[in-house]
Write a protein that binds this ligand. Structure first.
Ligand code: ARG
Length: 588
């Protein structure tokens, strides 16, 4: 479906043509003087020179052809040559009445692509910290937006499950429980089914080992050897690794469930391992890989680079694979299994150089076809109120669970003060939903690439550009609709009638932007545009609500129309929330 602006541009373009001018001059935009008109066209101004006419004269001629046009209630030529346009109420409600679930008029006009989305990226056996929050929230919302836009989207968590942290854990376990069969290379019996640690032990083992490795060279060397042994398939280590994976992913799944973040694939760096020999062979075959100081590298610099892009390191001199290697192996695997049209990585923007190297290497060596689109969506840092990366009060890395429970507690406090007619259990459940909206909206409402300050007081406020404000608006609408139904009113097959006030029309006009907004958010991978849209709708709705009687409206036809309008408002807001991975509460 064409966006409203495109449709209006077509209409005005046709009028320019009838008046003997170029059609392109009919480009219509939203008005930048909403007090005067809803839409505007500045085409007459740009035609003046070539037409040797005053712009206002051109605008007047064109306006003459627009008087009869059913789309507009007003088309006025104003000095120096603008066309000020207002939509006719009839035409406007025609649009609204055709906006039906589930897509509300959105149509994917382009091709349907197969898109792999790489986000989340937690590291196994390390607790999730807030650095992983952004990737999960942004990635999951892009997955939802692109799916809504009609693409086949495959979300892959890409676990960090093959690096040094595994060697560190194995080494530390060996120190503590060296008698276990995993460490005995001659063992050929059956390994125990139960993991030799609990989740909380595992979470303690990693930081301990990591600290030891920093202070003790020999310990670090041992951990590196254990990593290499694991990667070379040492049996006991592999079985141990599976235990680490099982215990850790179970916990990760629980965490992501709490965040309402979903993945289609739970693959990881380890899945790329089987591709590494093939990868190395292909790189050598391509003639691009060469040895440099014992390491295998590929040059990826280009002539017009503004800053130096260092070569891509594929294998270290000891034959060990690197982060680059697993990402290239993963690309090989993804191409082989899915032939995606596009892959999007949602990763901290500090990894931009790594991905630039990987993308260039993959393209120039033919690991992926030239036509595959590779995008790096780098996000900024989540800072604390002091402008520095968010930390705990003690100055340590903030665990995701701790952050969520802080926000939950804050929300619960607020809700108890406001004291609504909810049972204690309902208050708790609602607080969890609202708290999640505070966290997600606080993040997603910023352009992803920018750093932002996590301000718990601001994010949990029921006023301003926040998740709780949007939820509160939806709850307000739900409550009106509930009362309407309780009084025996119908919620079915309602026709929205032309607006009777400026504020009602403003709300209607805003709702018609749904399709264009989703389109832009999908094209630009920009969830923040959906947040901004929801905020504008909520504001228009609340203004409308304050000056309009709905339930006490006496004219039944008019009342039903108002019910229809707020129902559509609720549906659009809920759909947008869904695109961001949030949900609304019933009562608040
Ligand atoms: N595990 C990585 C980290 O914590 C992020 C992974 C991003 N994805 C990728 N394909 N490299 O930094």
């Amino acid at each position: 479906m064409k966006s409203l602006l495109e449709v209006l541009s077509d209409e005005v373009g046709a009028a320019f043509e009838k008046a003997g001018y170029r059609r392109e001059a009919g480009n219509v935009t939203l008005s930048n003087r909403p007090d005067l008109c809803e839409f505007q066209c500045n085409g007459a101004l740009s035609l003046a020179k070539e037409a040797h006419k005053a712009p206002i004269a051109i605008a007047e001629e064109v306006a003459g052809f627009l008087i009869e046009n059913p789309c507009f209630s007003e088309a006025a030529a104003v000095k120096p040559g603008f066309l000020n346009l207002k939509l006719s109420g009839e035409y406007l409600v025609g649009l609204l009445n055709s906006m039906k679930a589930p897509d509300f008029g959105y149509e994917n006009s382009g091709e349907k692509q197969c898109i792999i989305l790489d986000y989340g990226g937690p590291n196994v056996a390390k607790p999730l910290h807030i650095g992983h929050l952004r990737s999960a929230i942004i990635g999951d919302s892009i997955r939802r937006i692109l799916s809504f836009a009609g693409h086949r989207v495959i979300g892959d968590i890409h676990l960090g499950d093959w690096g040094l942290q595994m060697g560190l854990i194995i080494t530390e376990l060996k120190k503590r429980k060296g008698g276990l069969p995993y460490f005995d290379e001659s063992f050929d019996g059956e390994y125990p089914k139960e993991p030799p640690f609990t989740l909380s032990e595992l979470e303690e083992i990693y930081p301990t080992a990591s600290l030891k490795a920093k202070e003790d060279e020999a310990y670090k060397k041992e951990a590196m050897e254990a990593t290499l042994d694991l990667q070379h398939g040492r049996k006991g280590y592999y079985v141990l690794w599976r235990h680490i994976m099982n215990v850790s992913t179970e916990d990760l799944k629980r965490n992501y469930r709490n965040l309402n973040v979903e993945f289609d694939l739970w693959k990881g760096e380890s899945d790329a391992d089987a591709y590494i020999p093939k990868l190395v062979e292909k790189l050598k075959e391509s003639g691009q890989a060469y040895e440099s100081q014992g390491a295998l590298v590929v040059d990826v610099s280009e002539e017009d680079d503004k800053k130096e892009i260092p070569p891509c390191m594929i294998l270290k001199s000891d034959g060990a694979a690197l982060y680059t290697t697993t990402d290239l192996g993963t690309l090989m695997q993804r191409e082989e299994e899915y032939h995606p049209d596009r892959i999007i990585y949602v990763v901290d923007k500090r990894q931009a150089l790594h991905f630039e190297q990987v993308f260039r290497c993959a393209k120039k060596t033919g690991i992926v076809p030239e036509s595959m689109r590779l995008d790096f969506l780098g996000f900024g840092t989540m800072n604390g109120p002091d402008g520095q990366p968010f930390k705990t009060r003690e100055g340590g890395v903030m665990r995701l669970e701790a952050l969520i429970s802080d926000v939950n507690a804050n929300m619960l406090e607020k809700m108890c003060v406001d004291g609504v007619e909810l049972s204690e259990k309902e208050v708790r459940e609602t607080a969890t939903i609202v708290a999640l909206s505070a966290i997600k909206y606080g993040d997603l409402s910023n352009q992803a690439s920018k750093d932002y300050v996590f301000d718990i007081e601001k994010f949990t406020s029921f006023e301003g550009n926040t998740g709780p404000y949007i939820l509160y608006t939806i709850v307000r609408i739900k409550s009106i609709l509930r009362k309407h139904a309780e009084a025996g009113g119908s919620l079915e097959k309602i026709k929205i009638l032309p607006p009777e006030s400026g504020q009602e029309k403003a709300l209607m006009l805003k709702l018609t932007q749904f399709s264009a907004t989703v389109h832009t958010a999908a094209a630009e991978l920009a969830p923040h545009k959906i947040c901004a849209f929801m905020y504008e709708i909520a504001n228009e709705f609340n203004r409308f609500y304050h000056e309009t009687k709905i339930l006490s409206e006496e004219n039944n036809e008019r009342k039903q129309s108002l019910i229809g309008l707020i129902t559509l408002t609720r549906e659009i807001l809920s759909t947008c929330l869904g695109l961001l991975g949030m949900e609304a509460a019933e009562k608040m």
